[in-house]
Write a protein that binds this ligand. Structure first.
Ligand SMILES: [Zn+2]
Length: 269
């Protein structure tokens, strides 16, 4: 079910990892950002969009991770965008014949048979210098950084003050660094947070990739909390972060994500 969070901006939250799919209404069609994960939810999203009376004009993936790269034929065959760097990563990791079988082994078993991989990663990179989404709708600024994944894009819908944060600023997930070969993952993440902070005063509604939608106050507090977490990782200090130490039922695995990051950054100790 789609819920309106601002004028012309609607969200569907998945049963899988509280993933947020975002629909933005344009002049002659909608933009679908990170459409979701489960088959039934993707078809439900397509049905809800049909009820809005607008076709899908374009899609956008905030970053090159599998759970943000899915699509469903019922959403149509509009162009699906990603940043240029994001496309390069998709090509490097997901363009070979064995890619879908490899991703299938990474899926959580309780969801695996409900996740359609047939249209995984069929995205096209925007020009490297693109600063806005090319479409006939409200201006959507691209805030690109390397913090969570190569070519990660947050999107700022200017006229309604909505920040689609991608996999940053979550109330349930700690910052997850790009530890797949980036030379300075901590600096990359802090630089990404700085870019978000630079636009924070324009934000009234925050939509994270996973977790609860927030308001203006949440933008400030989640930036501060994510920065404190990353700085604790850098110093190999206990982050004292409720997402690690007091996780909601069902989210206890986030402590394992934290421990894994700590171990990788400290060389395995
Ligand atoms: Zn991600």
């Amino acid at each position: 079910m789609l819920t309106q969070v601002a004028r012309g901006v609607l969200v569907h939250t998945s049963e899988f990892c509280r993933s947020n799919a975002v629909v933005v209404q344009g002049a002659d069609g909608v933009l679908v950002i990170d459409p979701g994960v489960l088959e039934g939810e993707l078809t439900c999203l397509a049905s809800d969009i049909r009820e809005l009376g607008q076709p899908v004009a374009a899609g956008f993936s905030t970053h090159p991770h599998w759970d943000h790269l899915l699509w469903h034929r019922e959403l149509g065959d509009a162009p699906r965008h990603i940043t240029a760097v994001g496309e390069g990563t998709v090509r490097a990791r997901l363009s070979d014949d064995g890619a879908r079988a490899r991703v299938a082994t990474m899926l959580p078993p309780e969801f695996a048979d409900r996740i359609p991989l047939d249209l995984l990663g069929l995205v096209t990179g925007l020009p490297a210098d693109a600063t806005e989404i090319p479409w006939d709708g409200p201006t959507i600024r691209i805030v690109e950084h390397q913090g969570h994944a190569p070519g990660h894009a947050a999107l700022l819908i200017d006229d309604v003050g909505v920040l689609v944060a991608g996999d940053m600023l979550s109330d349930v997930l700690v910052p997850m660094l790009n530890l797949m070969g980036a030379p300075e993952p901590l600096d990359d993440y802090l630089a990404g947070l700085q870019l978000l902070e630079n636009v924070a005063r324009d934000v009234a509604v925050l939509i994270p990739g996973h977790g609860a939608v927030g308001g203006a106050d949440d933008v400030r507090s989640r930036i501060d909390r994510d920065r404190a977490y990353v700085q604790a990782l850098r110093a190999d200090r206990d982050p004292s972060d409720p997402r690690v130490e007091a996780a909601e039922a069902g989210w206890e695995w986030v402590a394992g994500v934290h421990e894994n990051q700590r171990r990788q950054l400290t060389g395995g100790s």
